[in-house]
Design a protein around this ligand. Sequence first.
Ligand SMILES: [Zn+2]
Length: 226
Amino acid sequence: MFGSAMDTELVHLIVGEDEHQRRLEFDRKLLCAKVPFLQAMFNGHFPASDGEAHLPTDRAGAVEQLLSILLYDAEAGIARLPHAGGRSQDGESWNPFELYALARKWCLLGILDEIMDTLLWQHFWNEELPAVAFIRETYDRAPGNSMLRKYVLWAVRFARGEGIPCGGEQEWREFLEDYPDFEKDLQETVPTQELDPRALLNRCEFHLHDAENPCRGRRLYNRRIQ
Ligand SMILES: [Zn+2]
């Protein structure tokens, strides 16, 4: 429908800084309907003017990936994005830490659950557990109460029980020097029973939604195993 362009108001997100800055264009109605955080920016609660909103601390590639799913491909979801170690290498691999941080900032609870499901699914599928580099990045970038932290703690507990090494000794020593509370977190956060967290995809263990809200992640999981 060419005529519909008349009804479309375009807005721009100016993402990143300096040579990394990019200008991304979106349909205002669609963007605001999907991301209330951005709607608030365009409605004047945050600095935004002339249909432009500035996101200097975000990375354009990550913003583009997240919005491509939210606005145009919600049915396929995060799982559609190319991932490290996957078969599809069309385009940039999604970075769970980066998208998780962005979804947290934008308060997209359904997407946070979906990120966790996709990550668990990919680790399960690749027979992979979080290694120390992954754990370090989680501690660097995800807060203590996040599901990403919970996942790595459960995974390390499981790996130790099974005698699976999660990285080299030197790497671990350095990580524990930087994060001396890790062992305490491990004792305090996880259940005494050792469980493979990747096998818990069909539960809501790493989800943030409450019982009143539908489980978006489980819906995707159920569809995939049918
Ligand atoms: Zn759930």
